[in-house]
Design a protein around this ligand. Structure first.
Ligand code: ZN
Length: 135
């Protein structure tokens, strides 16, 4: 099942500038920076109570996040829901007719398995399912 909103992903142009802005906004510092090579992004995480904010900056001018920012500008990129069984939830959403960007969970930032749901099947919102990785 889906347990909660785990984080909101925000696409930014410049990670240093965005970190400064979010540190001011939230009153806390980023607790982690991590590059995910397969997605061509560097992420920066902020804890806000139970939830997190994930800033995403492209490491490649042709990467998915760079293309998103070029098209839409900086802003909300995805909503991530935590699940206790990512394979079962992926199967459930597939059976419900959602279009999955990857059916097999892949390694995401901050120690997670992740599956993405295409925004065109989810009301215009890029949805991430995530589950804590044990390794
Ligand atoms: Zn995310």
């Amino acid at each position: 099942m889906i347990k909660k909103v785990e984080h909101i992903g925000i696409a930014v142009k410049n990670l240093d500038d965005a970190e400064k802005l979010y540190e001011k906004l939230l009153g806390v510092k980023s607790y982690k920076r991590e590059t995910v090579e397969s997605e061509a992004v560097t992420t920066s995480f902020f804890q806000t109570g139970e939830n997190k904010i994930e800033l995403l900056a492209s490491t490649d001018p042709d990467g998915v996040v760079a293309r998103f920012v070029n098209k839409h500008g900086e802003g909300i990129h995805h909503i991530a829901f935590e699940t206790d069984d990512i394979e079962a939830e992926t199967e459930r959403l597939k059976n419900e007719g959602f279009i999955l960007l990857n059916e097999k969970p892949k390694r995401g930032a901050d120690n997670k398995w992740v599956v993405f749901v295409h925004p065109k099947s989810a009301g215009g919102v890029l949805v991430e399912l995530c589950q804590e990785r044990e390794d």
